[in-house]
Design a protein around this ligand. Structure first.
Ligand code: AMP
Length: 120
């Protein structure tokens, strides 16, 4: 899938839409999810134009990939969920119900998050 420069996270990165910033460095921006599903619900995104984890893992530099992982750990500690526990997830493509086509990782915590997925 080609990258859509008008997706909502691209617009946040350009400053066209506000966000509640949690963290920023050269490669990464993190902000609160607008529709939080847990007391901590942060979206961690690369600044580069990547549609999905697949795209990111294939094309991003080691520095970009390292920065994203380090940001996730740092934000978990900053939000005080590193000890209590948390979940990271990246919805991807159709089966993953990805809504925004800019790669992002959800970091959720601050309450018991329940089982990973309901069993069928
Ligand atoms: P998904 O692509 O399914 O992983 O979900 C996209 C997430 O982006 C949802 O949890 C939305 O609540 C969130 N979202 C959409 N627009 C915004 C926005 N302007 N600011 C913050 N979060 C947003």
């Amino acid at each position: 899938m080609a990258y859509d420069r008008n997706n909502v996270f691209a617009r946040i990165l350009r400053g066209e839409i506000p966000c509640k910033k949690v963290y920023e460095d050269e490669h990464v921006l993190a902000f609160d999810d607008i529709s939080a599903r847990a007391p901590t619900h942060v979206l961690v995104i690369p600044k580069g134009e990547y549609v999905s984890l697949d795209d990111f893992s294939a094309k991003a530099s080691d520095a970009e990939i390292g920065a994203l992982i380090r940001a996730l750990g740092s934000i978990a500690r900053q939000r005080g969920v590193a000890e209590s526990g948390y979940r990271i997830l990246a919805n991807t493509g159709g089966d993953g119900h990805q809504e925004v086509p800019h790669f992002h990782v959800h970091l959720l915590g601050g309450r018991d998050l329940g089982a990973m997925l309901p069993r069928r």
